[in-house]
Ligand binder design. Structure first.
Ligand code: G6P
Length: 463
């Protein structure tokens, strides 16, 4: 029998992570690794913005091949970066999708820039797409891209995955032209969400606001003669890659340094992009409440917050940075002794290997976003724990990850009392209970990994 050739994949995302950048801290490393391995297996291209600004748009594509994967990137003019990336994507959609109407800006100009850039990206990537290719578009920067490709006559299978939450209908309708945006999304054949909650909100919107025919059980949406399938595909980590990183010399060194510097205190760790969705000031308030309630325990606990800056041209990101610095300073001022400070706040990123070392040296991880599509730090932390002496994951019930990881200590990140109670529980948790929770968590993290995620999405798109 003749073997059926597998389809090429064309991945399209705002940022393109080339293989040589692998190992860079956090979620992006995992996603980049998984997409790179899917691209290696299927062949194909990864297309997106180069991250660089130019004077005028030329549409010139920079094609590169690294380690068996072809990347294709284009530069965008300054005005596009401002309106599309800093503007509509990160000052409108990002806060809205994280339920932050108070931070959501509605500017016609940036909305137009967003549409213009999606059109430009479609125009550039269109000629690279061949018959039979599977096209896989990622994230909120590119919601209308599929429809722009259809307008150019591309009738390939096109799938879309949203890495963020999808907000409830009554928040989403505050977006001017919300209907126009979602109509463009229904040009996709398959739409993936991180969790059932975000999926349900999307289906609810399609039924209530667009009047689409929606089959809730299968996720089938019929609208104006086209069918789209919407499903939840919880993203995982590249388990083998992460655990291999945890066994490197760099990881061992980082682990040792953190342990030595904690000088007998239990280390608790948080690793987050400096983003208001991550609940950082709220977390620091919770830590403050813990020390207020148990002042003696300042000799038992040190909290390390690693928070590389992010999207620094957007005002709300500068505000969150200032607020965090102030709160950390206040608690350290009030609670430090001449030889110890309870909080270490580090404004930079580390390699995945170093982070794995920090995770192993920390007996508690605080992953307490106010809202998060998934959160892969929670999964990385569990992946590298010592099975004989595992640490405790304190996890926000509002992170997508909580829907798979309910054996973590779940918290309401808005409540300093709840956070303080969770830290206390984690600090004193007996070994047996830690092991029991870990064993349940590691199973999900190991089995529902990124390869599983890529495979299920791609095979549904193919089917
Ligand atoms: C989130 C988004 C990604 C984004 C990443 C980093 O995880 O879902 O699409 O790439 O943040 O943000 P940045 O703005 O630096 O790309």
């Amino acid at each position: 029998m003749e073997e059926c050739p597998i389809a090429r994949i064309v991945v399209i995302s705002n940022r393109v992570a080339v293989p040589k950048a692998r190992g860079v801290a956090g979620a992006q490393g995992g996603l980049a690794g998984a997409l790179n391995s899917a691209l290696k297996e299927h062949g194909g291209i990864w297309f997106g913005w180069s991250g660089a600004a130019c004077e005028e748009f030329t549409g010139q594509i920079d094609l590169q091949r690294h380690d068996g994967v072809t990347t294709a990137t284009i530069d965008l003019p300054e005005q596009d970066v401002e309106e599309y990336y800093n503007g509509y994507a990160n000052s409108t959609l990002w806060p809205l999708f994280h339920y932050r109407l108070d931070l959501t800006e509605y500017e016609r100009q940036t909305g137009m820039g967003y549409e213009r850039v999606n059109e430009r990206l479609a125009g550039s990537v269109g000629p690279l797409i061949e018959d039979g290719d599977l096209v896989w578009v990622h994230d909120y920067h590119l919601l209308p891209l599929g429809e722009r490709l259809r307008a150019r006559g591309i009738d390939n299978r096109i799938g879309f995955f949203l890495h963020t939450p999808w907000p409830p209908t009554n928040l989403f309708v505050s977006l001017p032209f919300h209907e126009r945006l979602v109509r463009t999304m229904l040009a996709y054949d398959l739409i993936g969400f991180q969790t059932e909650t975000w999926l349900e909100s999307f289906l609810h919107y399609c039924r209530k606001e667009l009047g689409a025919e929606v089959d809730e059980a299968s996720g089938r949406i019929s609208f104006e003669g086209h069918e789209t399938l919407a499903r939840a595909y919880p993203i995982g980590i590249d388990f083998d890659h992460v655990t291999a990183q945890a066994n490197t010399e760099a990881a061992r060194e980082a682990e040792e340094r953190l342990r030595d510097s904690a000088r007998g205190r239990t280390a608790a760790i948080g690793v987050d992009r400096l983003d208001y969705s991550k609940g950082l000031p709220e977390r620091i308030d919770g830590i403050g409440r813990f020390f207020d309630t148990y002042p003696d325990r300042v000799r038992d606990l040190v909290y390390i917050q690693i928070a590389p800056t992010s999207r620094e041209d957007v005002d709300s990101y500068q505000d969150i940075r200032n607020m965090l610095e102030q709160k950390t300073g206040q608690i350290n001022g009030a609670r430090s002794e001449f030889d110890i400070a309870p909080i270490r706040y580090v404004n930079r990123g580390y390699s995945l290997a170093e982070l794995c070392g920090f995770y192993r040296a920390s007996k508690i991880a605080l992953v307490t976003p106010l809202r998060d599509g998934m959160n892969l730090v929670a999964k990385e932390y569990i992946a590298v724990q010592d099975p004989e002496d595992p640490g405790v994951l304190v996890l926000s019930r509002f992170a997508g990850a909580a829907q798979q990881m309910d054996e973590a200590v779940l918290v309401n990140p808005h409540s300093p009392d709840d956070l303080a109670r969770a830290i206390h529980t984690a600090l004193d948790m007996p070994l047996e209970e830690r092991k029991r929770r870990y064993e349940a968590l590691i199973k999900t993290v190991r089995d529902e990994n990124i390869q599983h995620w890529t495979k299920t999405f791609v095979s549904d798109l193919e089917a």
